[in-house]
Design a protein around this ligand. Structure first.
Ligand code: AMP
Ligand code: MG
Length: 391
């Protein structure tokens, strides 16, 4: 049976960066990846500017200086500073010609239009030189930059209102099962509420994609085929929940086949979530996730999330680390097992958990301990493999 890492490699071979598109620069672009290098369209600062409130002077002069004018931020320079002269200046204002330093106002005594300073003055002090931050033509934000608040500020500084980025993948979500009702309905008889639809859509959103919930497909081939056809047409990634195993009502694999989806694998050596199907149709990736909520959650984090990173043009991070256990843990599973856990800075704590249907047991989890197959008896302090899932 396929191991998790090998299965993920297969997924990543099919996950291609989406074609770039140009979008407005709003906070909605945070985390998207720049598809073009962006150059400065002017020098910054565009003029030598004062970093202090004070007086623009000639550093080489000594003694008293006569104040011959004033310039504030946003103002333009009207006077030249000659020998023995100073111009009153404020932070952000352009340095007047002739001056080569700014003395801050705390360092002078002003008296009837004359200023004196006891400090020595260095040429260039308190002046931010034209082009010191960036020069016109410099590529200041390279292609591949993950857009951050700082990047948005710098892009604004160079006059950009829109940029080319790799778009957010459209992720369609379809849940399957005759037993399902939506959250607004009280289940009766053998019904249960649909937890996977909201959960998977939220996982897609957290991973930087745009989820589209397409509804419940009943365990009926014709109905299922129509909804899945719609999902295939409108999604870069289509997530199907349930119906993917080998039971009589597990219709997803057959329906996918009838719609021309090529299946690349249909089971992975892991617990929970062994019956996990991955297929493609054209450039669309299709994941058939098991219906048990925890299986779906883990399957998304291990396989779907890295594929979304790749489509977004991000580095594919696996968020794996090793940490000591905070308490003993014993287990005996036939496959590598993902056990919900609270991952802290210096240790990891396993949570009480009753298996793949126990989603509530994951509420406090921000990751999973990866347990090897077979009997394991771990003591507090033993190092274990951990996968982070939050953030
Ligand atoms: P399946 O993979 O379709 O055999 O479903 C496995 C288990 O998960 C069954 O107990 C289902 O009732 C349950 N299940 C399937 N889909 C969902 C869903 N969307 N929300 C909550 N539980 C589900
Ligand atoms: Mg089912």
């Amino acid at each position: 049976m396929l191991e998790v890492n090998a299965a993920r490699e297969i997924v990543l071979r099919h996950a291609r960066r989406l074609p770039a598109e140009t979008i407005p620069l709003t906070p909605a672009v945070l985390g998207q990846v720049l598809a073009e290098g962006v150059a400065a369209d002017l020098d910054s600062p565009p003029f030598d500017k004062s970093m202090m409130d004070g007086y623009a002077v000639r550093a080489a002069d000594d003694g008293e200086r006569r104040v011959v004018g004033e310039v504030a931020a946003g103002g333009s320079v009207v006077v030249t500073v000659g020998p023995g002269e100073a111009v009153r200046i404020f932070t952000g204002a352009p340095i007047p010609p002739g001056a080569d330093a700014v003395v801050k106002q705390e360092d002078v005594t002003a008296d009837g239009g004359v200023v004196r300073t006891a400090h020595s003055i260095k040429p260039g002090q308190n002046i931010f030189r034209r082009g010191q931050e960036m020069k016109s033509g410099d590529v200041v934000v390279p292609a591949g930059t993950v857009l951050s608040p700082v990047a948005l500020g710098v892009l604004a500084a160079v006059g950009r209102t829109e940029v080319a980025v790799f778009p957010r993948p459209a992720v369609g979500v379809i849940v399957t099962g005759n037993e399902l009702v939506e959250a607004g309905t009280r289940p009766t008889g053998g019904q249960i509420r649909n937890t996977n639809g909201p959960m998977l859509a939220a996982q897609a959103a957290r991973a930087g994609a745009v989820p589209r919930y397409l509804g419940i497909a009943r365990d009926d081939e014709t109905a299922m085929r129509e909804l899945i056809r719609e999902g295939l047409e409108s999604s870069n990634v289509l997530l199907l929940s349930g119906g993917v195993s080998v039971g009589k009502y597990d219709l997803v694999p057959g329906v996918l086949k009838s719609l021309g989806v090529e299946t690349h694998f249909h089971s992975v050596r892991m617990k929970p979530g062994k019956p996990l199907l991955f297929g493609t149709k054209g450039n669309t990736l299709v994941f058939g996730l098991p219906g048990n909520p925890v299986s779906g959650y883990v399957g998304f984090e291990l396989f779907v999330r890295p594929s979304l990173d790749a489509m977004l043009g991000r580095e594919v991070l696996l968020r794996e680390l090793k940490l000591p256990l905070s308490e003993p843990l014993a287990a005996n599973h036939d496959r590598p097992t993902y056990h919900p856990a609270v991952v802290a800075r210096d240790s990891v704590r396993p949570l009480p958990w009753s298996g793949s249907a126990d989603l509530r047991g994951l509420l406090a989890a921000n990751g999973f301990i990866v347990l090897p197959p077979g009997a394991v008896k771990l003591a507090a302090g033993d190092a274990v493999s951990v996968v982070l899932t939050n953030g």
